[in-house]
Design a protein. Structure first.
Length: 135
């Protein structure tokens, strides 16, 4: 019986920690995105672990060019693990026929990169700069 009580306490503690940490992360990420002019849902719709490659392959070179456009740079984070959080954008300036998403990459719980994108085969990806949505 003590074993089950200990397991239950661990599970509840982990759940509370994850919920608290997620809420704090959402607040940081939403403020980060607001700094670029984006209004997003208050909770991430998904998250996934990412590893920033070292060295960059061609895909990450292109992705980092998107970051540079927004005044960001992933090169200092090469070889590091992080988390990508995805939010639904509420203020994309045009109707693109599908949900627009904002991705934020966090390293050590701090937002360091991101993009605006759609997921369809004919979709797009651009920097966090709001002006890129208008061009």
């Amino acid at each position: 019986m003590m074993y089950f009580a200990a397991v239950a306490i661990i599970i509840v503690t982990t759940f509370v920690f994850v919920m608290f940490a997620s809420g704090e992360t959402d607040v940081k990420n939403i403020e980060f995105l607001k700094g670029y002019g984006w209004d997003v849902e208050t909770r991430a719709m998904e998250s996934a672990e990412v590893i920033i490659p070292d060295p960059f392959d061609k895909v990450y070179e292109n992705y980092n060019n998107i970051q540079l456009r927004a005044g960001l740079d992933l090169r200092p984070y090469m070889g590091m693990r992080g988390v990508r959080y995805t939010y639904i954008v509420k203020n994309y300036p045009s109707d693109v026929g599908e949900a627009v998403r904002a991705n934020v990459i966090c390293i050590d719980s701090e937002p360091v990169a991101g993009d605006i994108m759609t997921v369809s085969i004919n979709g797009f990806m651009h920097s966090l700069k709001f002006e890129d949505a208008i061009e």
